[in-house]
Design a protein. Structure first.
Length: 158
């Protein structure tokens, strides 16, 4: 018959940490590839309108955004409750839009300047007169490719 000895003197082997840097770099690359950075801090409330015929923009680096809506609740005391235009991280007048577009165009590569798209991200309650003024200003700045941001309309289920 076999005998089993209990030796309390055996120690557990150390955990190997040789693969730890590989795991950390894999996680780092995963999060770098899947995370999208927030481009701008919204200062206006935007509830985009719904649409049925949508197309996705292919090259986002060519798109410059113009945000239109009423200021957020914590900014109403400072900027009022009227519809405002937001360019990057600040409020602007429609008269400043032409200069903004020309600056953005000049910061792009020369080959991409003619392909620049201006996307108007407007609240669905925005009056059409403001959108028309923005379009006229964009026309004067020779920004003729205009896109309107919208969300997909859900089909009614019966």
């Amino acid at each position: 018959m076999a005998r089993f000895r209990k030796n309390g003197s055996k120690e557990l082997p150390e955990i190997s940490t040789a693969s730890l840097p590989d795991i950390i770099f894999m996680l780092l690359f995963f999060f770098m590839a899947t995370t999208s950075m927030k481009e701008v801090t919204y200062m206006v409330s935007i509830r985009v309108p719904e649409a049925t015929e949508l197309t996705k923009l292919e090259k986002k680096s060519l798109v410059k955004y113009v945000y239109v809506g009423k200021p957020l609740q914590h900014l109403v005391g400072q900027f009022g409750n009227e519809t405002r235009l937001q360019l990057d991280d600040s409020f602007a007048d429609i008269s400043q839009l032409e200069e903004y577009i020309s600056q953005e165009r000049s910061s792009m590569k020369e080959s991409d300047q003619s392909q620049m798209i201006v996307s108007i991200k407007a609240d669905k309650e925005t009056k059409m007169g403001i959108i028309t003024d923005i379009k006229q200003s964009l026309r004067r700045a020779y920004a003729l490719k205009i896109n309107y941001s919208a969300s997909e309309r859900m089909k009614a289920s019966y």
